[in-house]
Each structure stands twice: as structure tokens, then as C-alpha cells.
Write a protein that binds this ligand. Structure first.
Ligand code: F6R
Length: 607
């Protein structure tokens, strides 16, 4: 989390830094700041809250200079205050940082004993003070940085400026991603290439442990052992216009609405566009010798793996395990050379997921990732990375990435079935045809937005909301509850319908809305029985089903939402739409910050 940007430019740099930070604000928005060097003099501006506050400050107190660094913060050490905001400065040094310096307490004490006292509560200021102490001892900036990096444990991406050095910026990466961009006589640094998109598309990714000495002429890169390192420069495709809302009020609304199109694109990519569908997954994705799939992810991506477990087991007959990444390493998973480890991540930078991947790397037959950002650390460190092709997702709450993750996982389950001889050609074709119906069905689901907004006006009055589902609708209930709580701040829980009577039913009264996700599928009658148990206790039920389901079971419910009928196997992908719209409209009714909900960040790069 936190976003960092650095520029050695030929023009005033403050507007460029702010533009870069705008593109990184998804990584955190607790505070923002920039530092520049103007005629050798280092100065900085910092503001609490969103970037707009820093922009306002810069109107009243502009910052000149053609060299600068910037930061948007997701607070880890210390509250969101100006004092804790980056850049952190110690003497002639200014530092921006993403990650956590795990040994900062010990370092802080050591520095204090030498008279270097920290002003802020952050781990980052410790780095600035280490640099200052080294430079006070006579080291030049490069030497001071080399020595300082050796003292740091934990994960970090750093970018450093030095007063009096208009043409020098030093950056380093360990654990947190960092990209260097090259322009014409200008150089850039960013937490990701997206931040640098308006300035350059010529990008070099630093590798683990790398650090770089950057001047306007170029970057000299060193590896963790301080040896000169050559890292390839690539021209990347990140549209400079990609952070536009395209007429929508929120990125989340745009991204929900984009789902039929991105899903259709991904389907074309992975199944061809002809009348005869075929699986077109990368060579090397072979399940014939695999006896277990182990899926690891966080949050919404994790719920995608929960759904996929049903598909891998039911369609391909292959045992599938699921874990949240933050727990996975600590349960000592039993793995073998016939296990496939599958990591799902929109950003491809989630620290827990990346750490889990590194944990299994040499212990499984293959490490496969399902990612939205093909240049991400998770993609690059996998044996095989399957892009979900959702396009840039800016809203903090994941929507279109989720449905595209589901689609790619569905196709992988079909491939597993085919590789293991568990599916006939006709059934495979029928399943792919079922998936190809989804974009159209999603469009129909999206047309219920207004009705959902009306229902959401009522939901917004609740303090607790339950979601129920059975089979693959159970993870959708979990996802519905996550989406709702993260953007509306209403407490919500997802339960397996049958589990309710084992405790949670005690919560039910006339004030608790219960959202039942129940397509007409083989489990429908059982889910409806559980729904009746809720209604018998005056629970306020919203039934989300198809026309058949609503006709059979809608009577006596508080509200019904009628979706198109869908192949039950793929129903979770369609039901993502109402679940997302319910959360979106409830958040609108509550007046919360939909795209940047409190306390959250889009890319979670700390463990
Ligand atoms: C919820 C949400 C998060 C992410 C989670 C994993 O709407 O977006 O729960 O799904 O932080 O992020 P990625 O997929 O980038 O690894």
C-alpha cells in the first residue's frame, strides 16, 4: 500500500507528481505529500486526507523545482497526521516509502542513542535518519544509501532525494513493487507503471533487492549484492486516459456496468470467436498429472476461489483446497509434486498472496496465477500467469475483476476436466456455450439497477444484514456481505443457508434484512426451507432468484429480485451483478465514499 512517485524532469515537477499520485491514490488516501528540489533547496508540502487537500495546499503554497518525489499514504505506523505524512525529511534527505521496516524500533533506539531523534511515529523517518547519520559521518548519498539499505528488514519501496543534488534520485525495492520510467532526458519512478502512464511507457521493473541510482541520463541498477544489474526495459500498454469515469458517477458504477463487455472480451480470448467453441488456455496448463489444486487469495479474490472449488471438484473431479493467503503459510500445508498451486489476485501485488506464492514455489508441480495486472510481481513470479483481462479496476471494491476471475477459473476447471478425461466433447461445448450466454444475461441483470436502488434505500436503514446461499451461492453470500460492509459500513455477514439454524438465526428479527441468493438449481428447495425459517421469525427477506424461483417461493417475502434464468453451474457469475449493485446503491443511499471507502486501499502491499 502507499503509492510513491519520483521525477527528474525538465519542467516544473509538482503538477506531474500530483498527476502520478492521482493514479496511485487507489493504494491509500490517508495523507499525501511531495518534496522538490529547487535550485538545490529541498522543500516539501504535506496534507492529511485525500490528494485534493494536497492540491489545495499547493495552490496557496506552491512548490517549485524540476526534481521531486511524492507519496500517497495508507497508514501503518502512526495515525493520519501531517507529522506522519511522507515525504519524511532528515537534514538534507527526503524519503518516500511503501511497505514496513520491521526492525524500525531497534533502529530508532540506536539512532536516538546517537542523538538522532525522530519527530514522527513512522518507520519511514527511521530510514531518513539513518541516511542523515551516514551523511553526517561523511558518506556521499550513494554510499549512505548502500549502507542504509543493508540495515533494513521488512518490505519496502523507497525513493530518496538529496538537498543540493538536482540531478539525483535513489530508489530501492524489497518486497514492494517499483518501476523506473525513461523519458527524453527525464527519468521517473513509480509504485506501478500506471502512475507513470502520462509521462512514459518505457518501463523497467526493479527486481527483489534491487536499488538504482537515477540521473536524467538514466538509471544505474544494482542487485541485492550491490553488483551492476541489467534489467530489461519494456514498452507497456497502459492507456493514459484510463483513470476516467466515462460519464459514470463512480468508478465502481462504471466497472459494474463494464462486466458484460469485459467478460465477452475474455471469453473471446479464451474460447475463440467462432461458432465452435474451444478452450484456448496457455500451453503448459496441464492437469493430467495433477492430483490436487491448492488455491490461495485474499478478500474478494478468495471468494472467487471458494466458488471455483465447487467447479474443480464437481466438473473435473479434482480435489481443491482453498485458503486465505494470510493463513496459508502458517498451517503447514501438505503439498506434493503433483499439486498445482493457484494464486488469484486482481492487483498481483497483494503481500500475503505473494508471500504464500514464494512459500510454495519449490514445493509444488506448478505455480499458476490468475491476475489482472500481467506485469505484477505475482504474475512475474509464477510459472504461468493467466490474465483475467478485466481492464483497469480503480474502484477499491472489486467488481469486474471478480467476475473475470470467476470466468478464468471456470475455464480452468473445464480444462482440468478435459485433461483428466472427465468430460465429453459435447458437454465441454455445452459448458462453454453456457459461459458465452453470460454477457447477455448480465446485461439483463444490470437493467434492474433502479429496482435495486429502491430496495437499497430500505437496506440503508439497517444496522445488520445477512446474506444466505447454498452450494456455490454460499461464497456469493460471503462476497455480498463483504461488498456491502466495505462500502456502506453496514455490518453484514454471509452464511451457508443450512448453517443459520446452528446459531446465527438468533439474530433474526423484523429489523434484520436477509438477502437470499437462490437461483432455480438442485439446491433451491433446501434454500427456500431455510428462508422460511427466517420468515417464521419475522425476518425481512429479499429473495434474489429467477422468474421460476420467485413464482414458487416469493410469497410472503419482503421483496423479490427477478434475474434471468441461467445454467446453475455458472449462476455465481451472473449473481455477482445484483450483489454488487445492492452494495453500490446502499452506499449511495448512505452517502459514503463509494470508490475510496474509509480505511481501505486497493492494493494491499503489507502483510
Ligand atoms: C474487496 C476487495 C479486496 C481484494 C483483496 C485482494 O472488494 O477488493 O477484498 O479482493 O484485497 O486483492 P487482490 O485481488 O488485488 O489480491
Amino acid at each position: 500500500m502507499c503509492g510513491i512517485v519520483g521525477v527528474l524532469g525538465n519542467h516544473e515537477v509538482a503538477p506531474l507528481l500530483v498527476e502520478g499520485l492521482k493514479r496511485l491514490e487507489y493504494r491509500g488516501y490517508d495523507s499525501a505529500g511531495i518534496a522538490t528540489i529547487n535550485n538545490g533547496v529541498l522543500d516539501r508540502r504535506r496534507a492529511v486526507g485525500k490528494l485534493v487537500n494536497l492540491s489545495d495546499l499547493l495552490v496557496h503554497e506552491p512548490l517549485a523545482g524540476k526534481s521531486g518525489i511524492g507519496h500517497t499514504r495508507w497508514a501503518t505506523h502512526g495515525a493520519a497526521t501531517v507529522l506522519n505524512a511522507h515525504p519524511h525529511r532528515a537534514g538534507s534527505v527526503a524519503v518516500v516509502h511503501n511497505g514496513i521496516i520491521e526492525n524500525f524500533r531497534a533502529l530508532r533506539e540506536e539512532l536516538a542513542a546517537d542523538g538522532y531523534i525522530q519527530e514522527s511515529e513512522t518507520d519511514t523517518e527511521t530510514v531518513a535518519l539513518l541516511l542523515k547519520r551516514a551523511m553526517d559521518g561523511g558518506s556521499a548519498p550513494v554510499e549512505a544509501t548502500r549502507a542504509t539499505l543493508k540495515r533494513l528488514d521488512g518490505a519496502f519501496a523507497l525513493c530518496i532525494l538529496f538537498e543540493g543534488e538536482d540531478d539525483l534520485m535513489i530508489c530501492a525495492r524489497k518486497g514492494s513493487p517499483l518501476a523506473i520510467g525513461r523519458g527524453d532526458g527525464e527519468m521517473f519512478v513509480g509504485s506501478d507503471a500506471i502512475a507513470l502512464a502520462p509521462m512514459t511507457d518505457r518501463i523497467t521493473y526493479l527486481e527483489e533487492g534491487d536499488w538504482a541510482v537515477i540521473t536524467r541520463k538514466g538509471a544505474e541498477i544494482f542487485d541485492a549484492e550491490d553488483r551492476r544489474a541489467n534489467r530489461a526495459e519494456t514498452v507497456i500498454q497502459v492507456g493514459a486516459t484510463r483513470v476516467e469515469k466515462g460519464g459514470y458517477k463512480h468508478f465502481m458504477a462504471k466497472e459494474i456496468a463494464e462486466q458484460p463487455v469485459v467478460l465477452a472480451d475474455a471469453l473471446r480470448h479464451y474460447t475463440g470467436s467462432g461458432a465452435n467453441p474451444a478452450l484456448n488456455l496457455p500451453e503448459g496448463l496441464d492437469f493430467s498429472q495433477i492430483d490436487r489444486v491448492v488455491m490461495v487469495a485474499c478478500g474478494t479474490a478468495s471468494y472467487a476461489t471458494h466458488v471455483a472449488k465447487y467447479w474443480f471438484e464437481q466438473i473435473a473431479g479434482i480435489p481443491a483446497e482453498i485458503d486465505v493467503a494470510s493463513e496459508f503459510r502458517y498451517r503447514e500445508p501438505v503439498l506434493s509434486d503433483r499439486s498445482m498451486a493457484l494464486f488469484v489476485s486482481q492487483s498481483g501485488e497483494t503481500a500475503d498472496t505473494l508471500a504464500a506464492l514464494r512459500h510454495v514455489k519449490e514445493r509444488v508441480a506448478k505455480v499458476v496465477s490468475v491476475v489482472n495486472v500481467p506485469t505484477s510481481s505475482i504474475a512475474r513470479e509464477s510459472d504461468l500467469a493467466l490474465p483475467i483481462l478485466a481492464g483497469a479496476e480503480i474502484g477499491v471494491a472489486s467488481t469486474k475483476a471478480f467476475s473475470c476471475q470467476l470466468l478464468v477459473l471456470a475455464l480452468m476447471a473445464l480444462k482440468a476436466a478435459a485433461d483428466r478425461g472427465r468430460i465429453s466433447a459435447a458437454d465441454l461445448a455445452a459448458h462453454i456455450a453456457g459461459l458465452r450466454n453470460l454477457p447477455g444475461l448480465m446485461n439483463a441483470a444490470l437493467s434492474h439497477s433502479e429496482q435495486i436502488a429502491d430496495i437499497a434505500n430500505e437496506l440503508a436503514k439497517a444496522t445488520d444484514i445477512l446474506f444466505l446461499g447454498r452450494g456455490p451461492m454460499f461464497p456469493m453470500a460471503l462476497e455480498g456481505a463483504l461488498k456491502l460492509k466495505e462500502i456502506s459500513y453496514i455490518h453484514a455477514e454471509g452464511y451457508a443457508s443450512g448453517e443459520l439454524k446452528h446459531g446465527p438465526i438468533a439474530l433474526i428479527d423484523e429489523k434484520v434484512p436477509v438477502i437470499v441468493l437462490a437461483p432455480s438449481d438442485p439446491l433451491f428447495d433446501k434454500t427456500v426451507s431455510n428462508m422460511q425459517e427466517v420468515m417464521a421469525r419475522h425476518g425481512k427477506v429479499l429473495l434474489v432468484s429467477d422468474a421460476r424461483g420467485v413464482h414458487e417461493a416469493g410469497e410472503g417475502t419482503w421483496a423479490q429480485l427477478t434475474l434471468p434464468e441461467v445454467d446453475p453451474v455458472w449462476a455465481p457469475i451472473l449473481y455477482a451483478v445484483p450483489v454488487q449493485l445492492l452494495a453500490y446503491h446502499t452506499a449511495i443511499a448512505k452517502g459514503t465514499d463509494v470508490d475510496q471507502p474509509r480505511n481501505l486501499a486497493k492494493s494491499v502491499t503489507v502483510e
